[in-house]
Design a protein around this ligand. Structure first.
Ligand code: AHM
Ligand code: MG
Length: 339
């Protein structure tokens, strides 16, 4: 008996039809899928074609650029431009906002084409993360950088494992797997489990002595209750949390003995890393806050490459952490940190 899984595109067509939406978002998503499949191909064959090394340049973040960073960025830009639907894009790999179809476009696109680059030389999992905002159709558009709570959708591909997770505003968070025809298929709704049995903790333990005192204390008091997992690629680490529940964190570094190694603003980038996973996490029933205990989704970006600390995952844990970070003060945003 032949068995056919529903494809991502069929899933999305049905969703758009049910909600009386236009085809523009479908065209954009088709371009994103094309980009992801091409990145997947370059990454799978990267070791054979010598693409897993350094590019020899430094990016806007002051980090050494890898060949795969450049390849993935070019691929995404190509497909976004071709879609004709993007007003402007923000890429981790480019200092300036990238103008696209400024007059006729409909969406704003924020992306990290190759997240978790320390895994690249090993050909281990990396991510392609993106958030999508939309033009104001009810009045004049000021082209401001969208906060997470203005996103219409956000998603991540874990490459090369062939998984794709997409959250649609007020319509849940869905996971797909790539099949032998390179189609993403078999939608499964992701909801963070309430049962603590599977909950995990995920953070770079090498930094723990440099976190704020309250966070260090929380770790000491709680770590024995959880298993510990850390891949070093946000997409992969969050992928696990979405299924198993728990807490991913990349706290601010505030107690490093070498002052210049402190990162009071955190490490991860707001627009195309933290806000993307926060939006997905909220659609899956979780939440996310920054170092002041404020919802990540409420942070209005002032700069495209702004950084933030990130605490992300199961609501009870994020709430507990947020309470510590707020120093006993009331919630800085909606309970749970979601819309
Ligand atoms: P990148 O975009 O330069 O790869 O950095 C972002 C990554 C995240 O994917 C990951 O969660 C974190 O940085 C890992 O940092 P560290 O190596 O300090 O643990
Ligand atoms: Mg990144």
């Amino acid at each position: 008996m032949l068995h056919f899984e529903q494809t991502f595109m069929d899933f999305l067509l049905e969703h758009q039809e049910r909600h009386h939406r236009t085809y523009h978002f479908l065209i954009l998503m088709n371009s994103i899928l094309n980009a992801a499949k091409r990145i997947q191909y370059y990454y799978l064959t990267g070791a054979l074609h010598g693409n897993l090394g350094m590019a020899g340049s430094v990016n806007v973040q002051g980090e050494d650029v890898m060949k795969m960073d450049d390849i993935a960025n070019e691929v995404v830009k190509h497909y976004l431009e071709r879609s004709g639907r993007v007003i402007h894009a923000v890429s981790e790999e480019e200092e300036n906002i990238i103008p696209m179809n400024v007059e006729g476009g409909r969406y704003f696109f924020y992306y990290d084409p190759m997240d978790g680059t320390s895994n690249v030389p090993h050909n281990l999992p990396v991510g392609f993360l993106f958030g999508i905002g939309k033009r104001n159709l009810d009045g004049p558009e000021d082209n401001h950088l969208r906060a997470g709570n203005e996103f219409r959708a956000a998603g991540m591909f874990v490459i090369p494992t062939g998984t794709f997770t997409l959250a649609l505003r007020d319509a849940g968070c869905w996971r797909f797997h790539i099949d032998e025809m390179m189609n993403y298929v078999k939608p499964v709704r992701m909801v963070l489990p309430e049962d603590r049995k599977t909950w995990e903790l995920s953070f770079n333990t090498a930094n723990r002595e440099y976190y704020a005192a309250g966070i260090q204390e929380w770790i000491r008091n709680n770590e024995k209750s959880f298993v510990f997992r850390y891949l070093g690629a946000l997409a992969g680490d969050f992928h696990r949390i979405l299924r198993n529940g728990g807490l991913f964190m990349y706290p601010a570094i505030v107690n490093h003995p070498v002052a210049k190694k402190n990162r009071p603003q955190g490490k991860l980038r707001l627009m195309y890393e933290a806000a993307v996973v926060a939006f997905m996490c909220c659609e899956a029933g979780g939440s996310a806050v920054d170092e002041s205990g404020k919802s990540i989704l409420d942070i209005v970006p002032e700069m495209p490459h702004q950084r933030t600390a990130l605490y992300l995952g199961s609501k009870p844990l994020v709430e507990e952490i947020a309470g510590i970070l707020r120093g006993g003060k009331g919630p800085a945003s909606a309970p749970g940190g979601c819309r």
